[in-house]
Design a protein around this ligand. Structure first.
Ligand SMILES: NC(=O)c1ccc[n+]([C@@H]2O[C@H](COP(=O)([O-])OP(=O)(O)OC[C@H]3O[C@@H](n4cnc5c(N)ncnc54)[C@H](OP(=O)(O)O)[C@@H]3O)[C@@H](O)[C@H]2O)c1
Length: 201
């Protein structure tokens, strides 16, 4: 299969991309500055340009762009919207644009996160982004053309990120990277459509 992995040079991507390659897939890594193709999920023109470069791929995996931490007492609708820009609207745009250019039967695998289902302080934006992604996946799965599929992987904190994140999310139990990577691989190689794969340990 020929795939593009947006965010493929990041923490999850660095482990997922070699696994996909070892399984015989041809993987193009994309990122704002990393990877061999450059794309910024906040820009529709940039997403169009990425598809122009990679052509009719068989799968798109997105593991790029975090929601920012926030403080509910000072949060504004404008800040919430800005926070959703890359991770929600950008990933949605990868699908809305990609449905016209990807190969027949192509799959989209997006990344959301545990805050859609479990509230924590200072992640109102993160929760809203991931909840919106889950709803987007349900609708898109019904209407994508030409046998295309879509799923979301919703991770909790990954063991590889525990050192950086556990101060923000005390008590959160991390999940092993190998388990998470296996879920992405199943979304790409399997036939699931419209599922949210909750990897919460
Ligand atoms: N790590 C965790 O514990 C964890 C837990 C739950 C959910 N997640 C979610 O999983 C996803 C990936 O996490 P990660 O830890 O692997 O992230 P990461 O290490 O920060 O890597 C993010 C990747 O995305 C690219 N990127 C960032 N903003 C982008 C943009 N606007 N357009 C295109 N590419 C962009 C970055 O490359 P450039 O800088 O070159 O653009 C980088 O390759 C995120 O959505 C995150 O919220 C992660």
């Amino acid at each position: 299969m020929r795939l593009v992995v947006v965010g493929g040079a990041g923490t999850i991507g660095r482990r997922l991309v070699p696994e996909l390659r070892s399984r015989g897939h041809e993987v193009v890594v994309a990122g704002r500055t990393s990877g061999t193709v450059h794309v910024d999920l906040t820009s529709h023109a940039s997403i169009e340009a990425m598809y122009g470069q990679v052509g009719a791929v068989d799968a798109v995996v997105s593991i790029a762009a975090h929601g920012a931490l926030d403080d509910f007492g000072t949060l504004t609708a404008e800040a919430l919207h800005a926070n959703m820009r890359a991770k929600f609207y950008g990933q949605a745009d990868l699908v809305l644009t990609g449905q016209h250019v990807c190969a027949d039967g192509a799959s989209f695998t997006l990344t959301s996160g545990i805050f859609a289902d479990q509230a924590w302080p200072h992640v109102t934006g993160g929760g809203v982004i991931s909840g919106a992604l889950h709803s987007f996946v349900l609708s898109a799965a019904l209407e994508l053309p030409r046998g295309m599929r879509i799923n979301a992987v919703s991770p909790t904190m990954i063991a590889d990120s525990a050192e950086a994140f556990s101060a923000h999310f005390p008590g959160m139990r991390p999940v092993a990277m190998a388990e998470l990577v296996a879920h992405y691989v199943r979304c790409v190689e399997g036939d699931a459509n419209g599922t949210v794969v909750r990897v919460y340990g």
